[in-house]
Structure formats: C-alpha cells, structure tokens
Design a protein around this ligand. Structure first.
Ligand SMILES: NC(=O)c1ccc[n+]([C@@H]2O[C@H](COP(=O)([O-])OP(=O)(O)OC[C@H]3O[C@@H](n4cnc5c(N)ncnc54)[C@H](O)[C@@H]3O)[C@@H](O)[C@H]2O)c1
Length: 252
C-alpha cells in the first residue's frame, strides 16, 4: 500500500519540492500551509492530482494547527510520514526586535513542529503503526547570523527537539530525523532576501553549483526510506560543503 505524507510549508520552495519527491515515489501527499488558496494552486499544478490533498493550518497558532490535523486525521487516519518544512526567516537585529516577532518565529519554526509531531506520535502509537518524521532545520541552528537571532534559536531548538522525539518515539517505531539545508534560492515572497546577502552566502560555498530544493527533497526522501531504517535522531546536512568550512577565505 502506498504511503501518505503530510508536508508543511508545501506552498513554499523546499516544501513544494519535498511534496513532488514523494508524489514521484508513488505516495499520496497532503500539502499543508498557512494559506489554503496558495496550497490549492500548488496542488493544481502537480501531476497525480488525485493523490494530492490540501490542509490549511496556520502554525503561528500551534494549538489551532494541532486541532486542524486532529480533525482531519479523525476522518482519514494519520499519515505515515510527517515533514515539518514550514518556516519563517525574517531579518531583524535584536535591538529592533519586539516580542511579537520573536514569538511568531518561535511559534512557526519550533512550537508548530512540536504540536504536529506530538499529535502524529500519539495517533500512530494508538494504532501501533510505524512512521517517520523529518524536520527541516538549518545551518543557522549551528552558526549564529546577524539579524536572525529568532531564526537561529528556533532551528537550534528544532535540532534538539528532533533528538528528543527520536528517543521517546523509538519504542513506537517512529523514526525522527532532520535535514539541515544550506542556502537554497527559492525566491520566496514569504521570506524575501537581499541580493547582497545571497551573493555573500553563495561566495563561501565549496561545491561549484547552487543547491536546489530537489537536493533537500531527495535527502528527506532517503531518511524516510527503508535504506535509512536504522537512522533516527540524526541530522543530514545538505549544504554544498558550507558546514565544512568557507571557500571564500584565501589560502594563508
Ligand atoms: N531556503 C533556504 O536557504 C533554507 C535554508 C535552510 C533552511 N531552510 C528552511 O526550509 C524551510 C522551507 O523554507 P523555504 O526556503 O522553502 O521558504 P519558503 O518561504 O518558500 O517556504 C516556507 C513556507 O512556510 C510557510 N509558512 C510560513 N509561515 C507559516 C505559518 N504561520 N503557518 C504555516 N505555514 C507557514 C510559508 O507560507 C511558505 O510557503 C523552512 O523551514 C526554512 O527555515 C531554508
């Protein structure tokens, strides 16, 4: 029987590519994002529309998002795979940041995955079914970046949450891993970036080609495959070598 996969942030660049990867793999995919209309437009552009569903859920209100998936799963049953790819990465210095922005980024990037992952774990454990979770983290969770304290903190928290979920869900045969992308140019309207930033970050990348959403999607797919059956609590870095060191530095 083919798998069912719920992908959050599926109207976005990386989430959309992850949804397509699983569709190509024969799965049924539920696209979730804040804006149901954007999600439906993405769904209509996908092949195999009959294997695509849409579930609008605003992760800025994690309790409401939890209630939405709970209601949906009461009808359909929980999916086999949950991919937490929704994310916000606004730019703001700490001295200009107010509590509302700090809380919004933490809610979408960390509280949302907590709410959905625990709901998923409860639902699968109740049925005695195995499953997989993949959280999309970021190199920003390991290396701080100016103007991104909320984002970096949320992704560091998500990396640790991945490990904690993996430990506690292992007995239920639910594997939990993270994929940590380097910079991927998705030209996002939700998360716009300045061209100077894009040029600077690309300059330090060792591999001589830009990363693509498909690079991230295939890593997510691998972690959810039987080939990764003994992997849980891990982070797979997909960053063209950036985590290994900067290629922008000249030789000494
Ligand atoms: N693009 C990169 O360079 C990069 C690098 C590392 C990690 N990431 C992570 O990858 C993930 C996808 O980002 P992307 O680059 O594709 O950006 P994107 O803006 O294209 O996609 C993010 C999606 O998250 C959704 N989202 C935002 N707020 C939401 C909310 N309140 N409720 C539900 N959904 C919401 C947006 O609507 C959007 O569709 C994010 O978690 C991001 O942090 C991206």
């Amino acid at each position: 029987m083919s798998r069912t996969v719920l992908v959050t942030g599926a109207a976005g660049g990386i989430g959309g590519a992850i949804a397509r990867w699983f569709l190509d793999d024969g799965a049924s995919v539920v696209l979730s994002d804040r804006d149901g209309e954007r999600c439906a437009a993405v769904a209509d552009a996908l092949p195999a529309r009959d294997r695509v569903d849409v579930l609008a859920a605003d992760l800025a209100d994690p309790e409401a998002a939890r209630a939405r998936v709970r209601a949906a799963w009461a009808r359909t049953g929980p999916p086999d795979v949950l991919v937490n790819a929704a994310g916000l990465y606004p730019s703001r210095t700490l001295l200009d940041m107010d509590d509302a922005e700090w809380r919004r980024v933490l809610a979408v990037n960390l509280d949302g995955p907590f709410a959905l992952a625990t709901e998923f774990g409860r639902a699968l454990a109740a049925e005695g079914r195995p499953g997989c979770i993949v959280n999309v983290t970021s190199g920003a969770g390991e290396r701080a970046r100016r103007g991104a304290a909320h984002y970096c903190t949320s992704k560091a928290g998500l990396t640790m949450l991945t490990k904690a979920l993996a430990l506690e869900f292992a007995e239920h045969r639910i594997r939990v891993n993270a994929v940590s992308p380097g910079f991927i140019d998705v030209a996002s309207e939700v998360n716009p970036l300045r061209p100077e930033y894009v040029r600077a970050i690309e300059a330090g990348r060792p591999l001589p080609r830009p990363g693509t959403p498909a690079d991230v999607a295939s890593a997510v797919g691998y972690l959810c495959s039987d080939a990764a059956g003994w992997i849980t609590g891990s982070t797979l870095t997909v960053d063209g070598g950036v985590g290994a060191g900067s290629a922008a530095l000249p030789m000494s």
